[in-house]
Design a protein around this ligand. Structure first.
Ligand code: ADP
Ligand code: MG
Length: 682
């Protein structure tokens, strides 16, 4: 047996310093190392004719030197080596720098293979610093080479070598993680083969086989976990049944506004669930500003009037406080008692809340993660609402639900995902959609801009502020970072406070600040004691400042479209025409297309479809936006077909063996528990 938990530091070729670099890539153990999959492969096995080379590509050529290697001193410490080679179709000029050992290598008339980046100017073909092999050797060329995502100071070659060493350690000694009956039935290769071939494939056919098996495993694990979660709700059919004589309309008729058709339709769906003994387990998707909160409120009203308590969980203290505010306002005169539980409150206050919650004196508890703590006990919890679900994991969802006796669960999210995916990913939930915004919303004008526009944009912001509005500016980084060429909050705040907007009130906000400081800044912005708020995406979620009408996103190319859409949703909440300015860098086709999508549409569902299309789900889901496990290898966009197949396999398995108790499924149970912990008890 190999010790897969072995610390990476003790792998051949690593040591302390390199271990630190590897840690940056989240590689800590031998297992992490061998499951650190390549981003792509480079085919260095098939040579191209020199005449066919394309500028900018990396390619393999087979060439014969027609000159000796010449040595040119460019300046002190910089020596250039030049070699001219030919094949039957053309001539290529090769250069290296400071590699004096090359002098003894090349012989005129002998054949060598070179792999490197092609530089083509008119008829001149050049290759800079290629790797090479003498004919017959295949150290650097002649095979399919993995390319890994890596980090500053950890060169591709080094990382590749370390992974190769890791693979030597586990050589054919891995116990398989999938049961044999599945491998046989679905013609999947064994784990040892897959692990070797995913990194260093003999050919692309083997690579595909390896990938298929690993994707299968990853998706199956997820599907089994989701299904067993769903099972827990459907097996225990006995849930809570709310009173049908309590009419939602009592509450609806007392609202200061008229609900949209979409809101009413969704409430009807919810109402039906609530009056059924089977516990509700529903996902509510609705674009930013579509009015999900009031849907939660009306559901909570029904719960309370039926004699139960409701819990509303939000991802941030700010958001929870805002919910409390609107709940208190709208529930005035109903006699319903709401309280707020966040980690910032005093011990005394907290004790008091916990006591009254347990005795049933509190009807609706609104709060953050703080509600998940063990000492938070309800008297008779009948409804759980989690807002902005993508911030909470599957696990947290079940922790809060366990505080009641199969309570009704409503999960709300403003991150729309395409329905096909939602059906599979939220396999454990029924889905409702609010696909309409309340009337009289002004369309937010969106402008993608590049650096040259900075001054004009700043003047525009000044004009807006001088007419009494406020602006958000979002940056991808907190502080400057040498490795990442992107705007940071601290740097920009410094510049805007002291130079560009010195006559205005500029403050900043980021996730590394203390909760108290953050709340303080947010309150000040809310009360219009700040004009410009520079921040990271911490403001992404739910905050409501109707007076703010400008959203500037720095390095917009670094954000997912769904995320940009969320950010944009922070403005356009009041009566003022609002603007979203997307500053972007880079000129690639994809970046420009993505910016165009943002300009063209305000519809979150269309945006998420496009996001998928333009990026693939690797990144789409890599951002942890959906509270789902990140995939190491599966890509939900490319692998949608496989996902469907695997889903039906998972259903078949769970149908036969709901708790994965059978001997043949022992390994599957282990996979699920390893990945999802014991919260999902199957
Ligand atoms: P989200 O779905 O993003 O959580 P909110 O629930 O915060 O949206 O609603 C955004 C704003 O729209 C709130 O100020 C809310 O009071 C208001 N609102 C909700 N529904 C309606 C409606 N039917 N008509 C008018 N305003 C509404
Ligand atoms: Mg909301």
């Amino acid at each position: 047996m190999v010790d897969l938990d072995k610390n990476i530091q003790y792998i051949k070729g690593v040591g302390e310093a390199r271990a630190k670099l590897l840690n940056k890539l989240e590689i800590y153990t031998l297992k992490d190392l061998v499951t650190y999959y390549p981003r792509m492969h480079e085919d260095r096995s098939i040579p191209k004719n020199i005449i066919d080379l394309v500028h900018g590509e990396e390619a393999l050529i087979e060439g014969i030197p027609v000159t000796r290697l010449s040595e040119i001193k460019v300046r002190r410490n910089l020596v250039m080596y030049k070699l001219t080679v030919r094949d039957d179709t053309g001539i290529c000029q090769i250069t290296w720098f400071n590699q004096s050992y090359l002098k003894s290598i090349f012989k005129i008339g002998k054949k060598y293979r070179f792999f490197g980046k092609v530089n083509k100017k008119l008829k001149n073909v050049e290759m800079n610093s290629p790797v090479f092999d003498v004919e017959g050797s295949s150290k650097n060329t002649g095979k399919i080479i993995p390319i890994y995502p890596t980090t500053y100071n950890l060169p591709q070659n080094t990382l590749r070598k370390v992974i190769e060493n890791g693979l030597i350690e586990i050589d054919k000694k891995l116990d398989d993680t999938l049961p044999k009956y599945l491998l046989d039935k679905y013609n999947l290769c064994d784990l040892n083969t897959a692990t070797k071939q995913i990194h260093f494939p003999e050919n692309f056919e083997m690579f595909n086989k390896a990938r298929k098996r690993l994707v299968f495993e990853e998706l199956l694990t997820m599907q089994l976990a989701l299904l067993s979660l769903k099972n827990r709700y459907t097996i225990k059919l006995e849930g809570i049944k709310f009173e049908s004589k309590i009419k939602m309309s009592e509450m609806i008729d007392n609202l200061p506004f008229k609900l949209t058709k979409a809101q009413l339709k969704v409430l009807e769906e919810i109402d039906k669930d609530l009056e059924d003994t089977k516990p509700m387990n529903r996902l509510l998707q609705g674009d930013v500003g579509s009015g999900k909160t009031v849907v939660a409120l009306i559901s909570a009203y029904k719960a309370v009037k039926s004699g139960y308590q409701a819990a509303i969980m939000a991802p941030t203290a700010i958001l929870a406080s805002q919910h409390l505010e609107s709940f208190t306002e709208l529930l005035e005169n109903t006699g319903i008692r709401c309280e707020l539980l966040i980690s910032g409150i005093t011990k005394k206050k907290k004790e008091d809340i916990l006591k009254r919650l347990e005795s049933g004196e509190i009807d609706i508890l609104i709060g953050t993660h703080a509600m998940l703590e063990e000492n938070v006990k309800f008297n008779n919890l009948g409804l759980v609402v989690t807002d902005e679900q993508h911030r909470f994991g599957v696990r947290q969802r079940s922790i809060i639900a366990e505080k009641g006796d199969n309570p009704n669960v409503l999960v709300m999210t403003a991150t729309p995902i395409p329905r096909t995916l939602a059906l599979i990913l939220y396999g454990d939930l029924d889905i409702s959609i609010i696909d309409e915004l309340p009337p009289n919303r002004k369309k937010i004008d969106t402008f993608p801009v590049t650096k040259e526009m900075d001054e004009r944009i700043n003047n525009f912001i000044k004009k807006q502020i001088d007419s009494g509005r406020q602006a958000y500016i979002v940056c991808p980084l907190v502080e400057e970072n040498e490795e990442i060429n992107a705007q940071s909050v601290l740097e920009l705040a410094e510049k805007y406070k002291n130079e560009v907007f010195e006559d205005h009130r500029v403050e900043y906000l980021h996730g590394k600040m203390k909760q108290k400081e953050k709340d303080n800044i947010m309150d000040k912005f809310y009360n219009h004691e700040i004009d410009i708020l520079i921040s990271t995406t911490v403001i992404e979620v739910g905050v409501n400042v109707p007076n703010a009408n400008v959203m500037v996103v720095e390095n917009a190319e670094r954000f997912g479209l769904a995320q940009l859409h969320q950010l944009r949703g922070r403005v356009g909440r009041g009566e003022y025409q609002s603007y979203c300015i997307l500053k972007y860098q880079g000129n690639s086709e994809v970046i420009r297309k993505r910016m165009q999508v943002m300009k063209d549409t305000n519809d979150g569902f269309i945006i998420s479809e496009k996001d998928l299309e333009l990026r693939g789900t690797g990144e789409f889901f890599g951002t942890k936006q959906h509270g789902l496990p990140e995939f190491k290898i599966a890509n939900l966009f490319e692998d949608i077909q496989m996902l469907k197949v695997v889903q039906s396999i998972a259903i078949e398995i769970i149908d036969k063996d709901p708790n994965l108790k059978n001997e043949e499924n022992k390994l599957l149970k282990k996979l699920v528990n390893e990945k999802f912990g014991n919260r999902i008890e199957i």
